[in-house]
Design a protein. Structure first.
Length: 261
């Protein structure tokens, strides 16, 4: 009998009000508690969005927000992962934090690939490393939005023995085909489950896609949201990964010495 996880995302419209976003997420988490979830994934920069005028204030509030998430995670024996602005060593990072069932931050990932068209590289420092966290005894990797266009990064994470890839995003509506194709490719090539939480709604002239999604290692859709606020729970069976890899284990066939030439 394989390990199983109940996983969920919270898809919503991130508004230009930090307190309102935090209140919304807190209320949605409390609703999901009744459905016995092990992992909840939140969108990228879910407290503020890409409102650069709010970033400094949002980063100052991040420790307080994380304290609240850790309290919820501990009280309900769950893991919560979402991206928030982080001040660290006099720099600002787009960081996905993992709030664990022990009531502490059990890991974090600072976004490596910053998105130039949004000016993200002018406001945030670049992350330098991958991240793997424990979710109820299961290894999960974390990436953020634009990162999914870089398969080498995600394969490096996958070779650390992960079964689940967590993606926090604010992906635009105009690039739905790329969103779906890239996520399916990352699931298939690494033979892992993918859970991607995306924002919906609009901000100024940008319209966000929604379509948060949960994929199995074959790239098949377990659940896909539409373009409105949504949250769901899906039970995933990690034995499916073993079944797939018994046929052929792609990760064991990687040839880094050849690729580096």
């Amino acid at each position: 009998m394989g390990k199983k996880l109940n996983i969920s995302f919270i898809q919503f419209d991130v508004v230009d009000n930090i307190a309102e976003n935090v209140s919304h997420v807190t209320n949605e988490i409390k609703k999901l508690v009744r459905r016995k979830v092990d992992l909840i994934v939140l969108p990228e920069l879910w407290s503020s969005g890409f409102n650069y005028e709010l970033l400094d204030e949002a980063a100052d509030k991040t420790p307080e927000i994380l304290a609240g998430l850790c309290e919820l995670a501990e009280k309900n024996s769950m893991t919560i992962i979402g991206s928030l602005p982080e001040k660290s060593e006099k720099k600002l990072y787009n960081t996905a934090f993992c709030s664990g069932p022990n009531g502490k931050i059990t890991g974090k990932y600072q976004k490596v690939h910053l998105f130039p068209p949004l000016g993200e590289d002018k406001h945030f420092a670049q992350g330098k490393d991958i991240s793997v966290v424990d979710v109820n005894g299961v290894k999960a990797g974390i990436v953020i939005c634009f990162d999914i266009r870089f398969p080498a990064l995600i394969t490096k994470v996958a070779t650390q023995g992960i079964s689940v890839l967590v993606v926090c995003a604010q992906w635009p509506k105009v690039r739905y085909f790329q969103w779906l194709t890239l996520l399916k490719a990352r699931a298939i090539e690494n033979q892992i489950f993918v859970i991607a939480a995306n924002r919906c709604g609009s901000s100024k002239d940008l319209h966000y896609l929604g379509h948060s999604i949960i994929l199995n290692p074959y790239g098949e859709t377990i659940y896909e949201a539409l373009d409105h606020e949504d949250s769901t729970r899906a039970l995933i069976d990690l034995a499916l990964i073993e079944k797939f890899r018994e046929q052929f284990d792609c990760l064991s066939l990687i040839k880094p010495d050849i690729y580096a030439k």
